[in-house]
Write a protein that binds this ligand. Structure first.
Ligand SMILES: CC(C)(COP(=O)(O)OP(=O)(O)OC[C@H]1O[C@@H](n2cnc3c(N)ncnc32)[C@H](O)[C@@H]1OP(=O)(O)O)[C@@H](O)C(=O)NCCC(=O)NCCS
Length: 381
């Protein structure tokens, strides 16, 4: 037994609530104050002033890039956006009705098969893989949509920034300034969140010294769940089911009576408002005003008011991202894949941090089963 092993584990917390599961210098959350900080910088500051590529650089390397460093980094990422031919064939062949998150999970796994440096486990090769993942996920997500709609495979445009290029591939036309800036901010706000479930599963996979593609595949599968990234799609489906402002109260009263959870509310860590929610609330309102249709924003506001009153619960990142993405014309079942397009920044940063000071992540369970049971031969049971 290792000298570091705990001799008799004593504490148990369901869902690892409140357990410190590792050390990290990437992201800090103050759940009481409602603060989110990437590498020491408050996300409120970053949401207003930064851009997604700069956030990736910050999360990965722990500092803000200088002008020439950012320009070089953007160029490197843009050069990695194209997909290998077999992956394009897979996207074309994938069932049209398949869930985009399932297609994305399989596509990330497939990417690993075509990695030019597959046998190289060096740190440099892993950073190259991380760049490929950041650059290629938007191409996968946009094209899984255009291809299922019987459209063409849209090649990425290296002259556009990360966010503008994604919207271009999705819609076939260059987005306006407001759409690309709003989308970019949404990516900034989703980029990392400490030891959230998908990041933790990426770290657990990496801690076995498995490869980066396996870690990110684990993370995509974990993000899909409705208690995690899948919540943003459920928020939009709820808004669509409610239909009108006048139906909000009745719909929620039934949810409360049936003891159903309202998607987009509550959080394991935040005891005050999720700091990302205020930005997304603002985007939702701004887009609604610009389009001249405040319906989804006003319904969201009313839901927020009701859930606060009845349950004392506050909106999380997924609540106003739903109406924001809807206003941007994004199909609902792409909301969670878009979360992955952003969170892959955090996943890769955390996996590299895990590799840099690794120990197998292997907790113990609190066994509550039977002891001393005897084996009964099959004919006597
Ligand atoms: C985020 C979430 C998974 C956190 O889970 P958790 O820390 O394990 O908290 P719990 O699920 O144990 O919730 C604690 C209590 O609040 C209630 N609650 C939590 N979120 C709720 C919600 N969205 N709607 C209604 N009640 C909720 C639970 O029913 C529970 O009540 P109880 O003690 O009477 O049983 C949970 O709040 C949730 O399921 N939210 C909806 C899904 C969502 O938006 N996920 C995205 C998170 S960013």
């Amino acid at each position: 037994m290792s000298s570091k092993a705990t001799e008799a584990p004593t504490s148990f917390s369901k869902g690892l609530d409140g357990i410190i599961a590792g050390q990290s210098s990437i992201c800090f959350i103050d759940g009481i104050k409602g603060e989110l900080v990437y590498r020491g910088i408050n996300v409120d500051d970053l949401a207003v002033n930064s851009n997604f590529e700069e956030i990736v650089y910050l999360l990965w390397y722990g500092k803000l890039p200088k002008l020439n460093e950012l320009a070089g980094f953007k160029k490197e990422l843009a050069a990695e956006r194209a997909l290998p031919e077999p992956l394009i064939s897979f996207l074309k062949a994938a069932p049209k009705k398949a869930l985009p998150m399932d297609v994305l999970r399989t596509a990330v796994s497939l990417l690993g098969l075509y990695d030019e440096e597959a046998k190289d486990n060096s740190i440099d090769a892993n950073w190259h893989r991380a760049k490929r993942l950041i650059a290629k996920l938007p191409t996968i997500v946009a094209n899984l949509h255009t291809l299922r709609m019987n459209g063409d495979y849209i090649k990425p445009d290296a002259s556009l920034d990360h966010s503008a290029n994604f919207l271009y591939m999705l819609n076939g036309v260059e987005p306006g300034q407001m759409a690309s800036r709003t989308f970019d901010c949404a990516l900034i706000l989703h980029a990392d969140h400490e030891f959230n479930a998908s990041t933790f599963s990426a770290r657990v996979t990496a801690a076995t010294l498995s490869d980066l593609y396996s870690a990110v595949t684990s993370a995509v599968g974990t993000l899909k769940g409705p208690l995690h990234g899948g919540a943003n799609e459920n928020v939009m489906n709820m808004l669509l089911a409610i239909k009108t402002l006048g139906n909000v109260e009745g719909y929620l009263a039934k949810m409360f009576a049936d003891k159903k959870k309202v998607p987009g509310f509550g959080h394991r860590v935040y005891k005050s408002e999720d700091p990302r929610a205020k930005h997304l609330r603002r985007f939702s309102k701004q887009l609604g005003e610009t389009i001249g249709n405040l319906k989804w924003y006003e319904m969201s506001e009313k839901i927020e008011e009701n859930v606060k009153k009845e349950k004392s619960l506050l909106p999380n990142v997924d609540f106003y991202s739903a109406s924001t993405y809807h206003y941007l014309g994004i199909p609902t079942d792409l909301f969670t894949p878009i979360f992955a397009v952003s969170r892959v920044a955090g996943w890769t940063a955390h996996v590299m941090e895990q590799y840099s000071d690794n120990r197998l992540i292997r907790p113990v369970s609190d066994y509550v089963g039977q002891h001393d049971a005897s084996y009964i031969p099959i004919g006597q049971r």
